[in-house]
Design a protein around this ligand. Structure first.
Ligand code: DHB
Ligand code: FE
Length: 284
């Protein structure tokens, strides 16, 4: 039986990728953000996961407004990045595990999540930046990836309640896999941010901190927010919090928070990192 050891949830601001490319991790502007990660690296060194299942939202690289799946899963042995126009270097490809992906896809479709299955899938900054933060080092690819894309670009979006159920079904699928893989979940996006319109630059620290507190022990409370309410409270792009909800769903009932940071002055976005551990994690 494959095991889920925990989740890492983080913002995926493209400028972070630019800072990594320029080696600015210790720069006074960036250090408060990058200093969130050494405890995550220490935890991963103890847990030694083989696989990462990533809930992320494509921003127009693989899916565009003409064809927008609500939920899509990569079922390939490799995933490429491509130029999105942010000025970031195109990254080396990410290894996948098609057999593991197909197992998850089959379980999801049997449980009424009608996924789009992708045997080719370009992955954008919402996957590449968090992967680089979590496993730093150019071309360092210690874990295989299952990318799961949730639409937050083109309304109507799936509800928080639906994304939580998707996460739960993904968790069940992973735990029903015959191998002995150790799996970590990555959820990327958020927290509050609005990149355009009259409220551009909008951030809601009080709401963000409430979400970080509540998602640990009472995620179902957060699933009662409609997407319209999340937009109102967290900004138009704050709906990326749906990735955090899905990631939390995969973990099961009991988790403990191992690490958390919340840092505002990066780009337009409240940058948060949270590490939750399941009872399957090895004692450090
Ligand atoms: C920014 C944040 C995002 O989530 C994103 O996808 C692109 C840009 C930003 O803060 O600049
Ligand atoms: Fe984003």
């Amino acid at each position: 039986m494959a095991n889920i050891v925990g989740s890492i949830t983080t913002s995926h601001i493209p400028a972070i990728g630019g800072a990594i490319a320029k080696g600015l991790q210790d720069d006074p502007y960036w250090e408060p953000f990058f200093s969130a990660f050494p405890p995550v690296h220490d935890w991963l060194a103890d847990q030694q996961p083989d696989m990462v299942v990533v809930f992320y939202n494509d921003h127009g690289l693989n899916f565009f407004l003409d064809k927008m799946p609500t939920f899509a899963i990569g079922c390939a042995n490799a995933y490429n990045n491509a130029d999105e126009g942010w000025g970031l270097p195109v990254t080396a490809s990410y290894p996948g595990d098609a057999a593991f992906s197909w197992h998850i896809a089959k379980h999801l479709i049997e449980h009424e999540f009608d996924m789009v299955t992708c045997q080719e899938m370009l992955v954008d900054h919402a996957l590449t930046v968090p992967y680089s933060l979590t496993w730093p080092g150019k071309d360092n690819r210690p874990v295989k990836v299952v990318p799961i894309n949730i639409n937050t670009v083109q309304h109507p979006l799936p509800s928080a309640a639906r994304c939580y159920k998707l996460g739960k079904a993904v968790g069940d699928a992973i735990r029903s896999y015959g191998g002995d893989e150790k799996v970590v979940i990555l959820g990327t996006g958020g927290l509050s941010h609005q990149l355009d319109g009259q409220r551009a630059g909008f951030i809601n620290k009080k709401f963000d901190l409430m979400c970080l507190d509540t998602i640990i022990g009472d995620p179902e409370t957060l699933t009662r927010y409609s997407n319209e309410e999340i937009v109102e409270l967290a900004g138009t792009q704050g709906v990326e919090f749906l990735m955090w909800i899905a990631a939390r769903g995969a973990l099961g009932d009991t988790v403990s928070e191992k690490h958390r940071t919340y840092h505002i002055p990066i780009s337009n976005t409240a940058a948060a990192v949270q590490l939750l551990e399941t009872p399957s994690a090895v004692a450090a």
